[in-house]
Design a protein around this ligand. Structure first.
Ligand SMILES: Cc1cc2nc3c(=O)[nH]c(=O)nc-3n(C[C@H](O)[C@H](O)[C@H](O)COP(=O)(O)O)c2cc1C
Length: 223
């Protein structure tokens, strides 16, 4: 086959396979976040404590929706600003959910799409057991109904700030995780931030893109 025919043909193949992969991804819309709650910020801060054992009760999808909004939700449409500050508004963080027990959400791996406040299903099945192994067998990772994973695509922030962008991304993960913990308290839930895990194993369990690094696992459930 002549070269001039091979190139457009292979390009068409790549495009077609990319499109079909996207078409099979299931999307789940989330409830609008609520902007008022039963607890003051001061009470939530005073009550926050790491919780590592959870009841078997499932979470509600509305609770997950609220937690994800706290993690990275858009709060100003025009400029795309979020619930957390971001160095130069470069937004290096990505948020994933290993769901095990959530009403109206099958066990699986999901990605939070902040712009549209929705979930994209990335994989079916319960990944908490594999995450537990990757997180030095910390039981809270296996027993929580959900684990929120915060990952960073450092390149977005490093493109503007060079090496310092790494530090900024870590700071941003702290902002996001704290929002999640305080939102959890306000919903009557418990959470713990987990930093002790094998990076490569977590990357593999979640099939993270090459340019993303996991920074925090946050198991959440009913205390
Ligand atoms: C960066 C960081 C990493 C942490 N990693 C873990 C962890 O891997 N496992 C765990 O059970 N707790 C972890 N924690 C939670 C701390 O153990 C906990 O915050 C500390 O004991 C204070 O208790 P408190 O959160 O109830 O105030 C981590 C906390 C931070 C800030």
């Amino acid at each position: 086959m002549p070269f001039w025919l091979i190139l457009p043909l292979s390009l068409a193949l790549i495009l077609t396979s990319g499109q079909s992969a996207t078409a099979t991804l299931k999307e789940i819309s989330l409830l609008e976040p609520r902007l008022s709650g039963p607890m003051s910020l001061e009470e939530a801060m005073a009550m926050r404590r790491s919780v590592r054992s959870f009841r078997e009760a499932p979470l509600e999808l509305a609770e997950l929706s609220q937690l994800l909004w706290a993690a990275q939700g858009i709060t100003e449409d025009r400029r795309g600003f979020r619930t957390t500050p971001s160095a130069g508004a470069t937004y290096p963080l990505e948020v994933y959910i290993a769901a095990g027990s959530v009403n109206d959400l099958p066990p699986g791996l999901y990605k939070y799409e902040a712009q549209e406040h929705k979930l994209t299903e990335l994989a079916k099945g319960d990944l908490r057991g594999a995450l537990y192994d990757a997180a030095l067998r910390q039981r809270c990772v296996k027993n929580a109904p959900i684990v929120i994973i915060i990952a960073a695509a450092y390149g977005r922030t490093m493109a503007r700030y060079g090496e310092r962008g790494i530090r900024y991304a870590h700071m941003e993960a702290g902002h996001s995780a704290q929002n999640i913990c305080l939102q959890a308290i306000s919903l009557g839930l418990g959470s713990v931030v987990v930093g002790a895990f094998n990076d490569e194993s977590v990357k593999m369990v979640l099939s993270l893109p090459q340019n993303e690094s996991p920074l925090y696992l946050v198991p959440i459930g009913r205390p």
